[in-house]
Design a protein around this ligand. Sequence first.
Ligand code: ATP
Length: 289
Amino acid sequence: MGVEMVLFERAPAKINLSLDVLGKREDGFHEVEMIMTSVDLADRVELYDINDDKIEVSTDNQYVPNDEGNLAYKAALAFKNTYRLHRGIRINIQKNIPVSAGLGGGSSDAAAVLRGLNRMWSVGVSQAELVEFSSELGSDVPFCITGNTALGTGHGEKIRTLPSPPPCYIVLAKPDIGISTRHIFPRVNMDTIPHPDTEAVIQSLEEKDFDKLCQHSGNALEDVTFPLYPEVKQIRDKMLETGASGALMSGSGPTVAGLTRHFSKAKRIYNGLRGFCNEVYIVQLLDRR
Ligand code: ATP
């Protein structure tokens, strides 16, 4: 059987600069309003052409499925079925993004597979069509198709590109727990949930005003996750105490992102959290524009 690596795609993690829950819809989804940006912590997704008309997937992480349960597999299957492609693919994923962390790792792998197959097999699907098509796979996948910085509305499938944030360092800290979004959303109380000022965050991006961004960035889901997992709030507080200009949970957690313009401060925040968390990273924005 001929196996040849054809291409690889970087699948970057995302963080939220804001996340608001506007209401619950009749279809069971929540209406959200979230600003996301890509960071330079990324999985490596390799695509190999194989002769048989099938999909194989492997990863180097024991917590990620190596079969049809992998979101990358689901993406490849949906792509093959939709565009009637009778070709075979082997997907190998080197996981660098922590799993069940709120960093959109699985969604980003799925988006990387869609981008990669579109390119590799010269299918010619436009980015806008890929965004629309990918929303069936998960609420974060449409953003991961475009990357950079964007506002996601609906249940995440409507994407509007935004200006990138001012350059900064981001400390990511994940406590030793995994949280599934499906566990958090049903616990949202629409009567009491706080709402970040999404419009002010958008303005801060347009004005390239880092302090304003930090002042208004916020995640409504902290209201659910913090009481359930107090260590997540402790990390947020510790980041602010050790010099972060802003700190907020990403997605439904448990990873917290602390923002600072200065590398010396990023190091101080990082050092303050090592020992408390076993996964801490200093990353930067990944804006390809
Ligand atoms: P979610 O909030 O949807 O749980 P997340 O970004 O917090 O997303 P992910 O790392 O994407 O977390 O993984 C969530 C779940 O999806 C895990 O249970 C994991 O086993 C499963 N999964 C399936 N495919 C992948 C993949 N390619 N990478 C990571 N996890 C995957």
